[in-house]
Design a protein around this ligand. Structure first.
Ligand code: DX5
Ligand code: ZN
Length: 218
């Protein structure tokens, strides 16, 4: 049985007590940090200085999801900060291959995200440049939205392309992941799951991580 990765999103955590909130998910595979700039998405969260402090105290590696315009300019700084995995949006990058190479050269895993309406096919030739492909299962910007089942065929096509090319790219999904929807996303081929409200909305976040892990492994 292949174990999946569960990356809780601190978007649903208490932003005033982030260090304590991180300790509640020390059994997770990574912590998903949503960076929003109020341009690429209509919401604003945190930027590099706060991510650097999270990086300094987190018991698990950081998985930064940059929902920011002009990713080519800003994403490398997150790799320089020592963030383990840096994911930029394809829609926000002019030169995604150059950017992915830059992230890897700075020691980070290179991730690229696609909004629900962005097709994966134009990017299949660059899979070998990536360590992670994120297929958004809600429109990025807010936690607590319902999972979009219309993304399942795209997840299946991405899984087939990854397996067919033999590259070791992780297939991440983000948005509306619950104990119920994780089963469908996993069956379609995703193996890294971001969950915000399903983890931090639970009475015991660590237990929620274990339940999601059990439901998402196949
Ligand atoms: C949404 C963010 C997600 C968000 C997911 O734009 O990228 O990471 O935290 O939250 P849930 O799991 O509540 O849909
Ligand atoms: Zn995210």
């Amino acid at each position: 049985m292949a174990q999946c990765c569960i990356n809780p999103s601190i978007l649903s955590a208490d932003f005033v007590n982030l260090e304590a909130e991180l300790r509640r998910i020390s059994n997770a595979d990574a912590v998903h940090v949503d960076v929003m700039d109020n341009h690429f998405v209509p919401n604003l969260t945190i930027g590099l200085p706060v991510v650097q402090r999270i990086q300094a105290v987190s018991p698990v590696p950081l998985d930064a999801h940059l929902m920011i315009a002009d990713a080519d300019r800003w994403a490398p700084g997150y790799a320089d900060a020592g963030v383990a995995s840096v994911t930029f949006h394809a829609e926000a990058s002019i030169a995604p291959i150059k950017l992915a190479r830059e992230l890897r050269a700075r020691g980070a895993k290179a991730g690229m995200a696609l909004r629900p309406g962005t097709p994966v096919e134009p990017y299949l030739d660059m899979l070998s440049e990536l360590d992670l492909l994120l297929i958004m299962t809600v429109e990025p910007g807010f936690g607590g939205q319902p999972f979009l089942d219309l993304t399942l065929p795209k997840i299946r096509r991405a899984r087939a392309a990854i397996d067919g090319s033999g590259v070791g790219v992780a297939l991440q999904v983000d948005g509306g992941i619950t104990e119920e929807t994780i089963v469908r996303a996993s069956e379609a081929g995703a193996n890294v799951f971001v969950a915000g409200s399903a983890v931090y909305g639970a009475a015991d976040p660590a237990e929620a991580v274990e339940r999601l892990r059990a439901a998402g492994s196949r």
